[in-house]
Every structure is written in structure tokens, then in C-alpha cells.
Design a protein around this ligand. Structure first.
Ligand SMILES: *[C@@H]1O[C@H](CO)[C@@H](O)[C@H](O)[C@H]1NC(C)=O
Ligand SMILES: *[C@@H]1O[C@H](CO)[C@@H](O)[C@H](O)[C@H]1NC(C)=O
Ligand SMILES: *[C@@H]1O[C@H](CO)[C@@H](O)[C@H](O)[C@H]1NC(C)=O
Length: 385
């Protein structure tokens, strides 16, 4: 068991299946934009790029055109795109690090279309998106991360900085391990033992805390699940969560909504666990928190996306609360997970009762690439769809 595998015990045993997926590059169609205005040719400071984020253009450097770069940057939530050296694409929201106009212009043909110019040597051909519909955050999409990296901080989550659709994060606990201030951090009371920790009160009362999450999978007995019986869980909630109800929004415990027929957390399934918990708790809840894990494309031809949507809707109908899906993942290849996300993310954004969601999870070989240096294909799909 590697360190990378062991972090998965924080969640749900079946997630281990996904650690051995094959990597397959996903390509998508380029949509030309008419609303990109040329800003001209700018110097690029190679030790601190004039535009900071280089994004993966479908087809790679051989297919580089200004349009390909622009649509990739737009999808990633940026409003400025620059091509360089005939084959590179940089995105940003402002020119930084000394980017200055070059009077004699850009001069290298684009690899993907020799009739147009894609910058030059340390020169960027810069365009700005002027459309009013540049995608912005719905406030729903967030990161589930931890500090399992060499620096023991939030550096993997911070790789999502600048992606305007991602607005918040949580790490199954508190503190945030230095999560970038551009994200809203949501503290979680993982289980009962941590409730009496004075740091919990401090985390809840940290300025900027708007919502708090209750127990992680108290309905389950997996390692990493908090495994608490409903009556004890309710008593703990009344002591450690409810006192904050006038200052922050409070979740229900985070249960695995599609878990059936399990004896975890008592001899009943997760929906029944939640029903007993509600029955025992003299509590006010602002939103429900659920998990969901299942196949992307079930072998019998049923739709994994439809199952997921059905479970989210079911949680809303049974609990009558806005729903946060604090962990979800479909099991499948990278390409299958990308297709699943492309199907369900627009749906999640369109449902008024879905308040927030986080795809599992911000780790190498999941939303982050194997080296831990950038987003994986799944991460790009989650950040940009
Ligand atoms: C180039 O970038 C580096 C690193 O960000 C910065 O220290 C330097 O001042 C920049 N150079 C110019 C000319 O702006
Ligand atoms: C309280 O929880 C226990 C299990 O812990 C359950 O047996 C009981 O029915 C619950 N009470 C209510 C009112 O739901
Ligand atoms: C919830 O997901 C399960 C698969 O885990 C599926 O069998 C079930 O039909 C889904 N429920 C709804 C209401 O769609």
C-alpha cells in the first residue's frame, strides 16, 4: 500500500478501485470565439510568465492556433489568451511580470495554421475575451483535499487557483493547511472525539467561515469513516455543532446516500441512519451533505449519470434541504470519468436545490496529475466544464 493509496481510506473503501486506472487523453471540439479582441504582441518574461497559466490545448502544440488557445483559456475561466513560439498557449486575467507591447510585432506561424501568427521567441500574441458571458463561478464547485503532499500543505488544491468555476474547499477537518485565500474554506467536524478540541471553536469562529460540515460518514465502518450510532451522533451535534447555528450554516452529517444493505453504523442503511439521527437531534440544519460512489457506465447498460442524479434528487426530496455533495466519484477509466463529469456538472449547476459539490478528490492520479504538478484530465474537466 503506497502513501497515495492510503489517503483513500479517508473516504470510502471502494475508491481504491480507481487507483489503477489507465490514463487516456481526452480531446474535445474547439469552438471559435468571435469576441476575442487582439491586444497585440507583448514581451513574455520567461522567469515569470506575462500570462501565468499554460493550459492543455486539445491536439497539443502541433494543433496550436489562436482560436484553440482562446477557447481553452475561456473554458478554464480566463479572459486573456496568448500564443507563443508557434506552439504554446498561456492564459491569465491580466498581463503581469513586465509584459510590455513589442513594436515590431509577433512573427512565428502557428503550428496548427501557418496562415496566422502565434507569437514569437518570448513574444506573446495576446487576445482578450470581451464577451459578457465569460464563465464565472456558480459558487457550487469545490475541492476535497488534504495535506498528503511533500510540503504537508494545500498545494494540490492551490493548483486550481485561477479557475473561476472553483470557489471553495474542505479537507475533512481543520485547519485549512494554508488553502489559498481565493477559496472559501469550510471546516468539518470529522467525528465525535475532535468536538471538544478548542481549535474547532476557533475554526468555526475564524472570520470568513460561512458554513460548517458535520461528521464524515458516521453511517459507515470503513477506516476513515467516523462510525457513530445515530443517538450518540445527535448528542454530539447538539453539543459541538448547534451552538454555532446563529453565526454559520450547519450541515447534516455526511452520509453515503446510495449505500444500501450495509450493516455499517448499526443494522440499517445510510438513509435510515439519517432518519434516526434526525429523530434523535433537537437541531437546526441549513443543508444536507451526502456522498455518492458508483460506476460511471454500469455494465448492464444503465446510466451512471442518471443514478447519480436520482440519488441527489432523492436526498433533496427526503430531507427537504439544499444538498451539498461533499464527495462523489464514478468508477471508470479517466475518459469515462471525464464523460460523466461533462454530463452531470451542467445538471448540478442547473438544479436550484444543489448548493455545492466536490468531486473526489484533489490527489495525484485523481484530479491532480501523477507528478502532483498540475491538473489531470479529470481535474481539467472538473475545473472547466
Ligand atoms: C520577470 O519575472 C520575475 C519573476 O516573477 C520578476 O522578478 C521580474 O521582475 C520580472 N521581470 C520584469 C522585467 O518584469
Ligand atoms: C434514535 O436513534 C436510535 C439508534 O441510535 C434509534 O433506535 C431510535 O429509533 C432513534 N429515535 C428516533 C426518535 O428516531
Ligand atoms: C441511487 O444509486 C444506485 C446505485 O448506487 C441506483 O441503483 C439507484 O437507482 C439510485 N437511486 C435513484 C433514486 O436514482
Amino acid at each position: 500500500m503506497t502513501l497515495r493509496c492510503s489517503i483513500l481510506f479517508l473516504s470510502f473503501e471502494l475508491a481504491l478501485i480507481a487507483t489503477c486506472m489507465t490514463i487516456k487523453r481526452e480531446t474535445s471540439t474547439i469552438v471559435a470565439r468571435s469576441s476575442w479582441n487582439s491586444l497585440g504582441c507583448y514581451t513574455d518574461n520567461v522567469s515569470g510568465r506575462a500570462l501565468p497559466n499554460s493550459e492543455a490545448v486539445p491536439g497539443g502544440s502541433a494543433a496550436m492556433t489562436n482560436e484553440a488557445c482562446q477557447s481553452t483559456c475561456l473554458a478554464a475561466g480566463f479572459s486573456i489568451a496568448g500564443t507563443e513560439y508557434g506552439r504554446e498557449c498561456w492564459c491569465g486575467n491580466a498581463l503581469v511580470n513586465g509584459g510590455a507591447p513589442v513594436s515590431d510585432g509577433c512573427n512565428m506561424a502557428c503550428n496548427g495554421n501557418s496562415a496566422e501568427t502565434c507569437g514569437g521567441s518570448n513574444r506573446l500574441n495576446v487576445y482578450q475575451d470581451t464577451s459578457p458571458s465569460t464563465p464565472t463561478s456558480t459558487g457550487k464547485r469545490g475541492l476535497v483535499y488534504n495535506n498528503n503532499n511533500p510540503a504537508a500543505n494545500a498545494e494540490y488544491a492551490d493548483l486550481f487557483k485561477g479557475y473561476s468555476k472553483i470557489s471553495w474547499g474542505y479537507d475533512w477537518g481543520f485547519p485549512s493547511f494554508g488553502l489559498d485565500a481565493s477559496f472559501e474554506f469550510v471546516p468539518m467536524l470529522w467525528g465525535l472525539p475532535s468536538g471538544s478540541d478548542p481549535a474547532w471553536t476557533a475554526a468555526v469562529q475564524t472570520p470568513g467561515t460561512k458554513s460548517i460540515l458535520g461528521y464524515n460518514e458516521p453511517d459507515l465502518t470503513y477506516s476513515g469513516s467516523s462510525n457513530i450510532l445515530p443517538a450518540a451522533a445527535a448528542a454530539g451535534y447538539e453539543t459541538y455543532m448547534e451552538p454555532f447555528s446563529s453565526s454559520v450554516k450547519i450541515s447534516t452529517p455526511n452520509v453515503l446516500w446510495n449505500n444500501v444493505g450495509s450493516s455499517s453504523g448499526g443494522a440499517y442503511d445510510s438513509k435510515t441512519w439519517m432518519q434516526y439521527f434526525m429523530g434523535n437531534c433537537t437541531c437546526h440544519f441549513d443543508f444536507a451533505a451526502i456522498h455518492y460512489y458508483q460506476d460511471c457506465f454500469p455494465a448492464d447498460g444503465q446510466s451512471g449519470a442518471a443514478w447519480f442524479q436520482g440519488n441527489v434528487t432523492d436526498a433533496y426530496q427526503r430531507l427537504g434541504l439544499p444538498v451539498w455533495i461533499t464527495e462523489f466519484q464514478c468508477y471508470g477509466t479517466d475518459a469515462q470519468q471525464v464523460a460523466f463529469l461533462q454530463s452531470v456538472l451542467p445538471w448540478l449547476d442547473a438544479q436550484s436545490y444543489v448548493a455545492r459539490y466536490a468531486y473526489f478528490g484533489v490527489f495525484p492520479d485523481y484530479l491532480v496529475n501523477t507528478a502532483g504538478t498540475g491538473l489531470s484530465d479529470i481535474g481539467i474537466a472538473f475545473a472547466t466544464t
